[in-house]
Design a protein around this ligand. Sequence first.
Ligand code: AVJ
Length: 331
Amino acid sequence: MTPPPRTAPDLTVDVHLPPGGPLSGMAADVRIGLTKPFKELSPRYFYDERGSELFERITEVEEYYPTRAERAILEADSAGIVDVAGNPATLIELGSGSAAKTRVLLDAMRDAGGLEAYAPVDISEEITRDTATKVANEYGVKVHGLVCDFERDLERMPLGGPRVIALLGGTIGNFEPQQRASFLARVANLLGPEDHFLLGTDLIKDRETLEAAYNDVAGVTAEFNLNVLAVLNATLGADFDLEAFEHSAFWDDENLFVDIRLRSLRRQLIEISELDLTVAFERGEEMRTEISTKFRRDGLEGIYAEAGLEMAGWWTDPEGLYGLSLARPAI
Ligand code: AVJ
């Protein structure tokens, strides 16, 4: 047996998708959402190939600031983040995607001399394999990719630290308060005394800025939102007419989220053949497709405390649009 060449990347990718693939459970979930008095769909179904492409385009429109703001913070403060995190050896990234912004963090970890391993965690097998391979080759560190639903499979995250578990991009904004609380409590439970959790959160600001970010003039967000109906047509045999709905997004200053909906432009019946279900929409009826919660530093500290975490660091961009926080298990 010849040993592998010294340059062979140290790379593994484990797949933990349920038997039905990434969309298993979707049928039952959509049935529940569409038979409620106030209809709703989970934002997880936005991201088919077209949806992922449209989201990428959203991050490039003028009005949508969160991606740029988060990148600016990472570029300015990665060294500080790595320092407060105690020069970690492993970065575990939940919802890593193409890991575009992650490299800034990996660079800072490498510069601090700690970087040993990277674990990209994502629901898309293709993207995870691609990201894992690229990072293994670029950084020459151990890469352990995990293809799973990170919410369901959180306890599968590789051990060995000190680690940083990162959830960037403002994804936590999609979680309902209860779902968020139990997710963060599980994170707290998973963290060893030397581990940290790095979280990206969009911040509360004036209504105009928030609403503009979700109602871009070019209509990319509207197209992204409507695309979820095409996903249901393709995967569940539904017959949604995308022209018969319109995008709506408004800031709810009581719940502190941008409320993203689709409004039926006429009274209509939708057949969903795979569910053997007919859904009636009134003219003007709205269905929620996403919430995007916004935070303040003190609110987030309270949310951490309830989950058994404490904030160890806080960074914002110069305009204070977006926040990155580092949390550790509360003592
Ligand atoms: C990917 C959940 C962070 O809430 O801003 C962007 C998704 N939806 N425009 C967000 C989204 C409409 C985005 N997150």
